[in-house]
Ligand binder design. Structure first.
Ligand SMILES: [Zn+2]
Ligand SMILES: [Zn+2]
Length: 261
């Protein structure tokens, strides 16, 4: 597979005139091997079909509020290709006139493609977190992927702090009560550990991390990742340990991994 995927512009040109230009041979060669670009080509093809049929009218319908933005449940079915014919037609009419929903579809497809092809849990988590940051309204569409990843990670003793917040599951923290006390508190569990973090004064970057082992444990390697991973060996006393991180903001912590040694 070529490492250089096709740009939307190239795909557009290709769709408009699949038989003439020289470049198209290279495009076709790439399409033979690349599912992602084939997917994108399909979306563009759908869009252009929509444009041909509904033309300027589609944009007008969106402007007048007669063609509504694609709801998350519908979007999910569309991505999974389980829409019925009527729904498909409605979607095509809409995206022919709405670049917002079209962009969302591209972003979701791209994310799903990337996480399917990325082996590392922590990188998948980063991709999902980035998506959540840029497409907050579309979070429900990929919630299942995030949940599965979160469970998988917990099973491997990695606590994914970065995705639990936007997806608001299995996460204790930022409650009204802690906000009143001007502190930031987060808690997550993996199969074998309970990890709690607290930043006592929100403005001062010092985070305290407490780890409780559910089984008897004397030593573990703890990896904390903000921008990069930092690992350290910690000793447990009565299955508990506390790590203080001066200069570390709680919200920059992406994940914590605890490995028994
Ligand atoms: Zn490609
Ligand atoms: Zn829309």
């Amino acid at each position: 597979m070529s490492t250089n995927c096709l740009s939307e512009e190239q795909l557009f040109t290709y769709l408009k005139s699949p038989y003439d230009c020289n470049e198209n041979q290279l495009i076709e060669e790439h399409l033979m091997f690349c599912n992602k670009c084939r997917d994108e080509l399909n979306i563009l093809d759908t869009l252009m079909t929509g444009l041909r049929i509904y033309g300027k009218h589609a944009t007008q319908l969106v402007k007048e509020g007669k063609s509504l933005h694609i709801k998350n449940e519908v979007m999910q079915r569309y991505i999974n290709e389980t829409c019925d014919e009527d729904e498909n037609k409605e979607i095509v009419t809409h995206i022919a006139g709405c670049s917002n929903c079209l962009n969302d579809i591209f972003a979701i497809k791209k994310l799903l493609y990337q996480i399917r092809n990325e082996p590392a849990i922590t990188k998948k988590s980063f991709l999902i977190a980035q998506f959540a940051l840029h497409y907050p309204k579309r979070i429900p569409v990929v919630e299942q992927e995030a949940k599965d990843l979160f469970k998988n990670a917990a099973w491997k003793e990695i606590a994914l702090f970065e995705i639990v917040k936007p997806f608001s599951f299995a996460f204790t923290g930022d409650s009204d009560e802690s906000a009143r006390h001007n502190e930031d508190y987060r808690k997550l569990e993996t199969d074998k550990f309970i990890i709690e973090m607290i930043q006592p004064l929100a403005k001062e970057p010092t985070t305290t991390i407490g780890i409780v082992a559910k089984e008897k444990l004397e030593q573990a390697k703890v990896t904390i990742c903000t921008e990069k991973e930092i690992s350290q060996t910690v000793t447990f006393d009565n299955n508990r340990t506390i790590i203080n991180k001066e200069g570390m903001q709680i919200e920059t912590i992406r994940y914590i991994k605890v490995e028994k040694i």
